[in-house]
Design a protein around this ligand. Structure first.
Ligand SMILES: Cc1cc2nc3c(=O)[nH]c(=O)nc-3n(C[C@H](O)[C@H](O)[C@H](O)COP(=O)(O)O)c2cc1C
Length: 271
């Protein structure tokens, strides 16, 4: 027998593989087959989950069963990653005292940040106000994105207790990034998180990405307690729970980004 596969061998192999398929595999394969979609056709289930997902900031107190959290983590496990290096791991926090400790630490950091950059806390004409304003302007020049009005307003609200960092969710998933990941592991982490939030949406759970969770990274003791160890670092968190109300009906603005479309040697600009 030659060491290259002949066409017959390949067909035989395909038959063997098909015979080994379970009913579940067959359903997945059929679903994965390309569909003829008419323009304007109804959104399918996956598209619908993507379109109706909203960030949830109000959760019922009821805990989500552990198997549902395992289910959405399974969606994360199947996320794509560069070189399939899967540079992530998860810490699931369902312990009320632990979540409260995480919340308290982030609030304290925001209070410190507000005190050092919010000059409006001090009377006009005061020396303190002038000093804080100068400090803020310098920091803003050094790192403009960090002082964007959206995070700054949120930081102030967190410091004042008007905005909860983890939104009082019963479960918080910490996504850790393996810094040794190929290419840009932060992108892989984004893919994992996206799978998790969409998986959650598809089974009726609400989620919110928590970028402010990064504040925890400066608390070595808490990170150690949580189990965050080198070469992993805390990349993001996702709060999970049962949403209050019907958040899928909330609308949120989305820009129509320009699309540059090359076809048949021509460039078009579409929206
Ligand atoms: C990486 C990332 C970090 C985020 N961090 C926070 C956060 O710390 N707190 C929060 O309430 N929302 C957070 N969000 C949610 C965004 O505010 C939200 O996705 C955006 O406003 C669009 O709204 P939508 O998710 O309902 O479509 C984050 C989203 C992403 C993708």
């Amino acid at each position: 027998m030659s060491d290259t596969l002949e066409l017959d061998d390949l067909e035989e192999l395909e038959c063997e593989l098909e015979a080994a398929e379970t009913a579940h595999d067959r359903t997945l394969r059929r679903r994965a087959a390309a569909l003829e979609i008419e323009p304007g056709a109804d959104w399918n289930d996956v598209e619908h989950a993507m379109l109706t997902r909203r960030s949830i900031r109000k959760f019922k107190g009821r805990q989500v069963p552990a198997h549902m959290i395992r289910r959405i983590l399974e969606m994360g496990r199947f996320a794509p990653s560069q070189g399939n290096c899967q540079p992530w791991s998860f810490i699931v926090v369902r312990d009320k005292a632990m979540i409260a400790q995480m919340e308290a630490y982030c609030v304290a950091v925001c209070q410190g940040m507000t005190a050092s950059v919010d000059y409006t806390n001090y009377p006009e004409g005061s020396e303190q106000r002038a000093a804080i304003l100068a400090n803020t302007q310098a920091l803003n020049r050094a790192s403009p994105n960090s002082f964007h009005p959206v995070p700054m307003t949120a930081i102030k609200s967190i410091a004042n207790g008007r905005f909860a960092v983890f939104h009082r969710a019963p479960t918080v998933i910490l996504i850790l990034m393996d810094k040794r990941g190929v290419g840009v592991p932060a992108i892989d982490v984004g893919c994992v998180g996206s799978n998790i939030v969409l998986g959650a949406q598809s089974i009726g759970l609400g989620t919110c990405w928590i970028g402010f969770s990064k504040l925890l990274s400066s608390n070595t003791e808490l990170c150690e307690k949580l189990g965050i160890e080198e070469p992993f670092e805390l990349a993001e968190a996702i709060s999970v729970g049962y949403p209050i109300g019907n958040p899928t009906q909330q609308t949120i603005s989305r820009q129509t980004h320009q699309i540059t479309w090359w076809e048949n040697g021509e460039k078009q600009i579409l929206y």
